[in-house]
Design a binder for this molecule. Structure first.
Ligand code: BTN
Length: 255
């Protein structure tokens, strides 16, 4: 469904689910969102017509509510690799010019980064029935043509990092195919495979870094994530090593 303007494609998807039984994989794309939502109640800012703002509706009744982070891993991997392949085309073309390969990664829990800037964000909202999920609304904002961002946000776009003039619909199609690949892993219950793939792409995985919790800094190393998305961090206290679990918004990186 291609809409010129809507408050939020996630809201539209929610209303659509309440009114009908949408086909698995329905995509709602908007040229403009006037009340785009981000994670943790934040606003998602995106200039009209410049970027991709869309939601996918998937039936996820095969997933337990306690397994929901595997869906987030699948979607993050799909977007990460779609962005990667668009940039590697660019890298290959420019290899004679010795262009530095750009590093894409997933920043926990599911932000897509190119080097140290965010290019895409994901907002997943589920309906739940008993112990299982029922529908998942996967809201994705991917910066494509926007070349000017408020200084308060650390964002980039395909246009800013690639000299090619990319077509938004081609990007959408590449992202959807790539997400489907990992969604199929999920349907086949390849949870361990998804987790290993996710961890290898995770920013600062398995390396000591400085984190901040409640304004206190500490050194730690991400060693795992659990099925509901908690970050598992190894910490040191003098010679003692201990493991701690953090939920979303409990800690942040100090880059
Ligand atoms: C984040 O990183 O904070 C998540 C951003 C998610 C934005 C997308 S744009 C399409 C969909 N509709 C919304 O209102 N939000 C998501």
């Amino acid at each position: 469904m291609h809409l010129p303007s809507v408050d939020s494609t996630n809201n539209y998807a929610k209303e659509h689910i309440a009114k009908s039984s949408p086909i698995d994989g329905t995509v709602i794309l908007a040229d403009e969102q006037y009340a785009g939502r981000g994670q943790a109640g934040n606003v998602w800012q995106s200039d009209a017509n410049k970027n991709l703002t869309f939601s996918i509706i998937y039936r996820t009744d095969f997933l337990l509510a306690t397994e929901q982070f595997y869906l987030s891993m699948a979607v993050s991997l799909g977007i990460k690799y779609a962005v990667n392949s668009m940039l590697s085309m660019q890298n290959d073309d420019n290899s004679i010019l010795n262009t530095k390969k750009l590093l894409t990664s997933i920043k926990w829990p599911n932000d897509i980064y190119v080097e140290n800037k965010k290019i895409a964000g994901i907002l997943i909202e589920n309906t739940i029935s008993g112990m299982h999920l029922k529908y998942s609304i996967i809201g994705i904002g991917l910066n494509v043509h926007q070349d000017n961002f408020p200084t308060t946000i650390n964002a980039t776009s395909l246009k800013l990092i690639s000299s090619d003039e990319v077509n938004k619909m081609d990007v959408l199609s590449a992202v959807l195919s790539s997400i489907e690949k990992y969604f199929l892993w999920l349907k086949e219950r390849k949870y361990e495979k998804l987790k290993q793939a996710y961890l290898t792409q995770l920013f600062r995985f398995n390396e000591f870094a400085i984190f901040k919790k409640e304004n206190k800094l500490f050194e730690g190393k991400i060693i795992d994530v659990d099925s509901i998305g908690n970050l598992i961090v190894e910490r040191k206290n003098g010679t003692e090593i201990f493991i701690e679990k953090f939920g979303f918004k409990e800690i942040s990186f100090v880059v």
